[in-house]
Write a protein that binds this ligand. Structure first.
Ligand SMILES: [Zn+2]
Length: 168
C-alpha cells in the first residue's frame, strides 16, 4: 500500500523565542515568536542561494532578531541588481538571513534553522510559477528494495500515457 511520507513533528517554542543555528554550529540566532509571517520562496535566486527546490522563510522584525553566537563568522552577498543581501556562515555555507533594502526593518530567516515552532505556518508562496517539476510534492512513496531507509515514488503507469522506449 502506498502512503505519504511520515512528517516530523516540531516542538513548541518554550518561551516566546525560537533558537536556530547553522550546520557547523558556529553561528546561533534567536527570534521572537510568533514571527511576523512565514512563506515558501520558489524564485530562482533563492533556489540557487539555498541549493534546494525552494526555501521556506520566516519574517521577523529586525529588533526581534539576534545573533547570539558567531557574528564574526557571518559573511554577506549583496545583489546590487535586486537590492538584497544574503548572509551565510563563512565556515559551513548555511544561509542565515535574507534582507531587502526596501524593507529595512525586516529580516527573513530560513525556517529550517529552527528546531522549535516559530508561531506561524508557512501558508504563502512567492514565485509559485517557478515551482520546479522535480520538487517533491508529497507523492506516495514505497521502500526501495535493498536500500534500507530509502523510499521512492513508483512511476504511475496510468498517468504516463503511451509507453516510452528507453534507448540509453
Ligand atoms: Zn556554520
Amino acid at each position: 500500500m502506498r502512503k505519504a511520507a511520515p512528517v516530523a513533528k516540531t516542538k513548541a517554542a518554550p518561551d516566546g523565542t525560537a533558537s536556530g543555528r547553522c550546520l557547523c554550529g558556529a553561528v546561533e540566532i534567536e527570534i521572537g515568536t510568533p514571527v511576523r509571517w512565514a512563506w515558501h520562496d520558489h524564485s530562482a535566486a533563492t533556489r540557487r542561494a539555498h541549493g534546494a527546490a525552494y526555501a521556506t522563510y520566516v519574517g521577523s522584525w529586525r529588533k526581534r532578531f539576534r545573533v547570539t553566537r558567531g557574528a564574526g563568522e557571518i559573511t554577506r552577498f549583496r545583489d546590487e541588481t535586486t537590492g538584497t543581501t544574503r548572509s551565510f556562515c563563512a565556515r559551513c555555507g548555511t544561509p542565515l538571513a535574507y534582507e531587502r533594502a526596501r524593507s529595512a526593518h525586516m529580516v527573513n530567516v530560513p525556517r529550517a534553522l529552527f528546531t522549535t515552532r516559530t508561531g506561524r505556518e508557512p501558508r504563502y508562496h512567492v514565485a509559485i510559477d517557478q515551482l520546479q517539476d522535480w520538487a517533491y510534492l508529497g507523492e506516495p512513496l514505497v521502500p526501495l528494495k535493498g536500500f534500507p531507509g530509502v523510499v521512492w515514488e513508483r512511476p504511475n503507469r496510468k498517468k504516463r500515457g503511451p509507453a516510452r522506449r528507453v534507448t540509453g
